[in-house]
Design a protein around this ligand. Structure first.
Ligand code: AMP
Length: 399
């Protein structure tokens, strides 16, 4: 069964084609993978695709994203990365959809009702749900009436206890759906299961703290396979300090800026989502690599940014451990989590009192790895997240 996965984001799209007729006990390499990025110049998109040793890259004039998706899909049947004779060989399409609200707590086959719900939820995820819906409609247009499945990033957190999901505002908020939804669920769920497999334990018996640390950062407390708490909330802005997002700040600061400096909602949105976090505090970059490099050269602002990132990470990790009521394993994943021994070390330093001890020598690896010493009571694992693969699996399970 050939499943096409589309992860349509606000500034880039990623897609993969998986052939699930293969042995699926290990995560297989996709037959083809492609990405479309339109951040570098207005009206242009950078298309890259690869398949079995072949690759292509091209900058295209792209009037809209639907046209970009069409060009991306074409590389499946034309040019050096061709892997199909015809697009009719695709059996199903799986989409990452960021916000499923309270209605969608599992993956679902897409129909008009589901599309209307994704549309209705746009105000809750204005940077993502519109791109997700556009991706669904573009694929419908290109492939006709084949099964499409929505896999929601909020779904894994939908079974959080009410107390963890509720904001202590007026009760009206509860009725209006102003609550904590959580995000990165596809990734947290995948790495939790993979951690249980690596530990040779049943997920149902484990208390795991999963740390998705990429450009966006969130933690999840996964107890018996269920997310019982997470750091992102009503929007992906809550919680940890991130690449360019502030994470949680005192809401009083927003009122202060509105009253004293005349900030509008849009300006605050830009300030907190795009001009804060590692980028805002360091004044250098949203990329941890550049900030650490500057810190190592003695830049004090970069040091403050890294120290604040680690402080907030440890503080939120402590909160998740309290929600778990114990800890069997910590998992690091996503760009920073998969690649930064400095972050593993400094994040775990705060938890030696729980018996968490890392190996003396830590190195990045392209394989998933355990990074704890043999006598550590709590295990720490670095796992490469496989969101596209998890979406394909969810699709297969549903169809
Ligand atoms: P993601 O959103 O998962 O693609 O993660 C992207 C982020 O991962 C980048 O902005 C970097 O901050 C971080 N990153 C990637 N590679 C490394 C590395 N080798 N060391 C530290 N951070 C990294």
């Amino acid at each position: 069964m050939k499943i096409f996965v589309l992860n349509a984001g606000s500034s880039s799209h990623k897609s993969c084609l998986f052939d699930l007729d293969q042995d699926n006990s290990e995560v297989p390499n996709p037959l083809w993978r492609a990405a479309l990025d339109w951040t570098h110049q207005q009206g242009q998109g950078e298309l890259s695709a690869s398949s079995a040793g072949e690759s292509m890259q091209q900058v295209l004039p792209i009037a809209d994203k639907a046209e970009g998706i069409k060009a991306m899909v074409k590389t499946l049947v034309e040019g050096p990365t061709q892997v199909l004779d015809s697009l009719s060989e695709i059996d199903a399409v799986g989409h990452r959809v960021v916000h499923g609200g309270r209605e969608y707590i599992d993956s679902v086959r897409i129909d008009e009702r589901v599309k209307a719900a994704i549309q209705r939820l746009m105000p809750l995820a204005p940077a993502h749900n519109p791109a997700n819906l556009q991706g669904i409609e573009a694929m419908e247009h290109i492939l006709g009436n084949i099964p499409q499945v929505a896999v929601f990033d909020t779904a894994f957190h939908a079974r959080m206890p009410e107390a963890a999901a509720t904001y202590p505002g007026p009760y009206d908020w509860v009725e209006q759906g102003i609550r904590r939804y959580g995000f990165h669920g596809i990734s947290h769920q995948y790495v939790a299961q993979r951690a249980a497999d690596m530990m040779g334990r049943d997920l149902a018996d484990l208390k795991l703290l999963t740390c998705h640390l990429g450009n966006g950062c969130s933690l999840a407390a996964v107890k018996g396979g269920i997310s019982v708490d997470t750091t992102m909330g009503f929007t992906p802005l809550e919680g940890l300090m991130m690449g360019s997002r502030s994470g949680s700040v005192d809401p009083g600061i927003l009122m202060y800026l509105m009253r004293q400096e005349g900030y509008s909602a849009d300006q605050l949105d830009t300030l907190l989502n795009k001009e804060s976090g590692l980028k805002g505090l360091s004044g250098i970059s949203n990329d941890l690599r550049s900030v650490v490099e500057a810190m190592e050269q003695g830049n004090e602002q970069a040091r403050l940014a890294v120290d604040t990132f680690i402080h907030r990470l440890r503080r939120e990790m402590g909160g998740m451990i309290a929600s778990l009521g114990g800890l069997d394993g910590v998992v690091f994943t996503a760009g920073i989590g998969e690649n930064s021994p400095l972050v593993w070390q400094r994040a775990c330093e705060g938890f030696e009192f729980l018996g968490l001890r890392l190996k003396n020598s830590l190195d990045r690896s392209k394989d998933d790895q355990e990074i704890t010493a043999a006598d550590s009571r709590v295990r720490a694992l670095v796992i490469h997240t496989q969101e596209e693969w998890a979406i394909a699996q969810a699709c297969l399970a549903l169809l």
